[in-house]
Write a protein that binds this ligand. Structure first.
Ligand SMILES: NC(=O)c1ccc[n+]([C@@H]2O[C@H](COP(=O)([O-])OP(=O)(O)OC[C@H]3O[C@@H](n4cnc5c(N)ncnc54)[C@H](OP(=O)(O)O)[C@@H]3O)[C@@H](O)[C@H]2O)c1
Length: 296
């Protein structure tokens, strides 16, 4: 079988070595050194030059070298009737969940603020958001979404998923279809996007959907850039900028405000401990004194 490695943006050495080890009978050609186009039966693709795939009249399969197939389907000259396949492997599922968990914990444990403190040589203990108080909404409950949902669930987060069809994932609330989108968004303190990029999901993180999230929501787009309408995100931030000169001022002030609020909460908590200790001491003294006050 003649297989074409058509991935000009990838360093293919490792792929090529493993394919050759797997089956020495494969006639492996690496684009652009293709030889006779009629020989090619199988194409392994990652971000191929548009229009290239129509040059192979005997193509029987187009295989994506990643989880997504959007980079293949964007080709307007895709040969009709040739099946398109993709990879699903446990390594990538684990890696994507790691990414999502890191992003969520970075936010709830306030590591951004700690890093900011570090640059200012400050040490201040911060009160993290408790997982059970944080609602994480995952858009796309396929291989990646379901795995991330279960791992977030295991950490105690309140997790919901949104997909085309309802899903049963233990401990995870399911929202399905367009009808459920707004209620799902309205209850997502942290929104994670793990959707495939399709005409239906292109630009799904837009002005309307972002404004449906609860105030102060946090968005993690781990899928594709095409899901996010960047101008709408910046506009949403601008909307909150209000009295500030510009977006940077607003973000700067928001971080300062958050730091000030956390310090206030910590001071209050410390004062409460002091007051309680003092109250205990006074109580002890009162008990010492009381017997002398008893008038027989
Ligand atoms: N950033 C990266 O490095 C990276 C790495 C790997 C993958 N990815 C991206 O992650 C995507 C998801 O991968 P996967 O393996 O989890 O895909 P998958 O198993 O096919 O799951 C896709 C999920 O999205 C839902 N969905 C699709 N279209 C929808 C729509 N219009 N409305 C609501 N829900 C919709 C599906 O719902 P139904 O099940 O009900 O159809 C399904 O739950 C890939 O396509 C890829 O682009 C990114």
């Amino acid at each position: 079988m003649t297989m074409l490695f058509l991935a000009p943006k990838l360093k293919g050495d490792s792929w090529l070595k493993h394919i050759r080890n797997q089956d020495t009978g494969i006639d492996l050609r690496v684009w652009p050194e293709v030889g006779r186009a009629e020989d090619v039966i199988f194409a392994l693709c990652w971000q191929h030059p548009l229009g290239e795939l129509k040059k192979y009249p005997n193509l029987k399969c187009i295989a994506s070298l990643g989880f997504g197939v959007d980079h293949i389907l964007r080709d307007p000259d895709l040969p009709a009737g040739v099946p398109v396949t993709r990879l699903v492997d446990p390594g990538m599922i684990a890696a994507m969940s790691e990414y999502v968990l890191a992003a969520v914990l970075n936010h709830t444990r306030q590591f951004d603020l700690y890093r900011l403190d570090q640059t200012q040589k400050k040490w201040a203990e911060r009160i993290p958001k408790r997982p059970q108080d944080v609602r994480v909404g995952i858009m796309g409950m396929g291989h990646l979404g379901a795995d991330a949902a279960l791992k977030l669930r295991a950490l105690g987060f309140a997790v919901a998923g949104w997909s085309r069809t309802a899903k049963q994932v233990e401990g995870v609330r399911s929202f399905a279809g367009d009808f459920d989108l707004d209620p799902f968004l309205a209850q997502s303190d942290i929104l994670v996007c793990l959707l495939p990029l399709t005409p239906a999901t292109q630009g799904i993180l837009n002005r309307r959907t972002l404004s449906t999230l609860p105030k102060g929501a946090y968005v993690v787009n781990a899928a594709r850039g095409g899901h996010l309408v960047e101008e709408d995100l910046l506009e949403a931030i601008d909307k909150w900028s209000g009295r500030f000169k510009n977006r940077s001022d607003f973000i700067d002030a928001a971080v300062r405000d958050c730091i000030a609020r956390t310090i206030r909460e910590e001071t209050n908590a410390r004062d409460l401990v002091i007051l309680n200790d003092e109250a205990d001491r006074l109580n002890e003294e009162a008990t010492d004194v009381l017997p002398y006050q008893v008038i027989p």
